[in-house]
Design a protein around this ligand. Structure first.
Ligand code: SF4
Length: 315
């Protein structure tokens, strides 16, 4: 995985709503509705795995990895261990990956559950406390130093692959101070890979803006050199950008216009996307997506807005 892409991913939502320990300025699913540290079986393992079995019965998997994430922090789901095990039983041979904001890794029980995954993709955007507060807007009981230590503890206990992601927002965590402390941290953590990314979709709050390419290049060079193999490029961001809802591209019969509209509407209900992003996510031709988007806009089921130099559609 370090040397290439994770490929197409089946994304599973473990929260069912915008429930998170952070309320990041850049969050692409929108502002957090429940800012919480409460751990519960938000989407119960039995229900999720039942739906997954029914889906698996519809045909062979057209994806390369199963990714646990969703509309918030998946480690808040206390059934994550059963879900990881169940995914592996449902799709033998496919790796299970988890996206996490790292906030709960100071807890040994969370680390134990997470360690069952084949790939863990934790985020760490900044180690400067003021930047962390402004950018990630954490639950007030969270401590940045405890999160930092939790990630290091997890690294020492975990035998799977660890892909760190750092998202840079212009004017917030693009500072020399952050670059220095993150570089030291990467040296200590020794992730299998570091991915430095910026926003490619509108964030939850308008003040969040992408970082320019030269800033990303500076962070990539320093953090990549500090990580184990020095490699940066296609990691969590690539995985996220290729998450499919249920079916891989061109793996089955072409979808009817009605079915395409339903899938587009469901996907846009989760996050704003461009036609191109929808095409990749749903595995359908851009022309079909364009027609569905136009029809949905005519019916006033979705809205268009220009942002980040692209037209995004939102349910
Ligand atoms: S970006 Fe991730 S960690 Fe931040 S608020 Fe959204 S779901 Fe939570």
């Amino acid at each position: 995985m370090r040397s290439g892409r994770l490929g197409l991913s089946l994304g599973l939502d473990l929260l069912g709503a915008r429930i998170c320990s952070f309320d990041c300025l850049y969050c692409e699913v929108g502002a957090t509705d429940a800012l919480t540290l409460a751990q519960k079986p938000y989407v119960p393992a039995k229900r999720l795995l039942g739906e997954l079995s029914a889906f698996a019965a519809s045909g062979p998997p057209a994806f390369d990895v199963v990714t646990l994430g969703g509309l918030g922090e998946p480690c808040l789901n206390t059934g994550m261990d059963r879900i990881i095990t169940g995914c592996r039983e449902t799709f033998p041979g496919l790796p299970v990956a988890v996206l996490t904001n790292s906030s709960l890794l100071s807890q040994a029980a969370v680390r134990r559950r997470l360690a069952l995954a084949d790939i863990v993709l934790p985020s760490m955007d900044t180690l400067v406390p003021g930047e962390f507060a402004a950018l990630n807007r954490p639950h007030p009981d969270l401590s940045l130093s405890a999160i930092r230590q939790g990630l290091l503890d997890f690294r020492s206990e975990y035998s799977g692959r660890l892909f760190l992601e750092t998202l840079i927002v212009g004017g917030i965590n693009d500072t020399a101070e952050n670059l220095d402390v993150l570089t030291d941290f990467c040296r200590e953590l020794r992730p299998d890979r570091v991915d430095v990314v910026t926003m490619t979709r509108p964030g939850a709050y308008a003040m969040a803006q992408p970082a320019p390419p030269d800033t990303l290049a500076r962070f990539r060079a320093a953090l990549g050199a500090a990580a184990t193999d020095g490699g940066v490029g296609h990691g969590p961001a690539a995985l996220r950008s290729r998450v499919v809802d249920h079916k891989g591209p061109s793996s089955g019969p072409a979808a009817s216009p009605h079915e395409t509209m339903a899938r587009v509407a469901a996907s846009l209900g989760r996050r704003p996307q461009t036609v191109k992003q929808l095409s990749v996510a749903l595995g359908l031709p851009e022309d079909d997506i364009s027609r569905a988007v136009e029809a949905l806009a005519r019916e006033k089921k979705i809205q268009a807005r220009a942002e980040l130099d692209h037209v995004f559609y939102q349910g």
